[in-house]
Design a protein around this ligand. Structure first.
Ligand code: AMP
Length: 313
């Protein structure tokens, strides 16, 4: 049986402005994108909080994917609201407003029956919350974390303390460089790996992603989508494919991380080609496999271009 994954993080209603569209009250949040993507690979258990305004139909969207919602708490008040705007090339998000609502004073309680979950994803949240989740779980086989600029800058020690307790840190390139206070990605990777994790995933949007381990560094291109509609949640969907694959094959060794990077790439490609979570909702095992195979062909020159030794005579 495929081992389960526990995800802790936000569920939100987003107000998203891209150059072509504006949509309000769109289901989002890091835990939501992750859960919808990862649930195609392995059973997902979600720990998070929503307000009493959270729509039943959105609970149903998660339940349809079999997401275990015993760790989802509903409290009186408003669900987290995020208002974001994207630049013309859709490469960078600008946060115009965040209303934390019920998540402002939320303290995670992992139900006793979920505390032995072997794979864990800590979606972007206050590092104190991320540590509180880890403290409640029996030592997992694998933990992956995300974060964001705010915590990396203003809760630096806390973010470093989380990094010291996880297997893989997943951040975007700007966050990595800012955190390490350098413009050299390799130096930054070395600094983050020195804190304790054995892997670092650096997401570079349309420019693909890097995987750094102590032994090697590998780059994967982004999966070429026909049309990018909304980049929101790409990072969390990426993590969903990445952790989902590791749980699915039941292996978290370094060599498997490379294949996981390609699965993350595929999941992110689905996330960006539709608005909100619609892209990850449209994913199927068959469409994941098709893109995964195409991506493998893209990254492998052999056998399409057989090798000829240069300077051979
Ligand atoms: P991503 O595009 O992968 O960085 O994730 C976007 C999601 O993060 C959106 O759906 C937002 O609802 C969510 N989000 C934005 N700000 C916060 C925050 N301060 N804490 C938790 N989640 C947030």
């Amino acid at each position: 049986m495929t081992p389960p994954i526990l995800v802790a993080g936000s569920l939100a209603y987003d107000d998203i402005r891209t150059p072509l569209q504006r949509r309000r009250e769109v289901l989002g949040g890091g835990a939501c994108y992750f859960a919808l993507a990862a649930s195609l690979y392995a059973p997902v258990r979600l720990v998070g909080v929503v307000g009493d305004d959270f729509r039943e139909e959105d609970v149903a969207r998660l339940a349809r994917r079999g997401v275990d919602l015993r760790g989802l708490v509903r409290r009186e008040g408003r669900t987290l609201r995020w208002l974001g705007r994207y630049a013309d090339d859709l490469s960078t998000a600008e946060t115009l407003n965040t209303d934390l609502g019920v998540s402002a004073d939320w303290w995670p309680a992992v139900p006793a029956e979920l505390r032995d979950t072997p794979f864990v994803f800590l979606a972007n949240a206050d590092p104190r919350i991320q540590l509180a989740v880890l403290d409640q779980i029996a030592p997992p086989r694998m933990v992956v974390m995300d974060s964001m600029h705010h915590w990396l800058e203003y809760e630096r020690a806390g973010a470093a303390a989380v990094m010291a307790r996880v297997d893989v840190v997943s951040l975007n390139e700007a966050e990595v460089l800012r955190f390490a206070r350098t413009s050299d990605l390799r130096d930054a990777a070395r600094e983050i790996l020195a804190l304790g994790p054995r892997g670092l995933v650096v997401k570079r949007g349309a420019h693909g992603s890097w995987l750094f381990t102590r032994a090697s560094s590998l780059w994967a291109p982004a999966f070429p989508v026909e049309r990018m509609e909304d980049p929101t949640g790409a990072g969390d969907a990426f993590a969903g494919g990445f952790v989902g694959h590791l749980a699915q094959v039941g292996d978290a060794e370094d060599a498997e991380l490379w294949r996981a990077l390609l699965h993350g790439t595929v999941a992110a490609s689905f996330a960006v080609e539709r608005f909100g979570v619609e892209g990850v909702e449209a994913m199927t095992r068959a469409s994941i496999l098709e893109r995964y195979r195409r991506l493998r062909e893209l990254v492998a020159i052999e056998p399409a271009v057989p090798e000829r030794e240069p300077f051979a005579g």
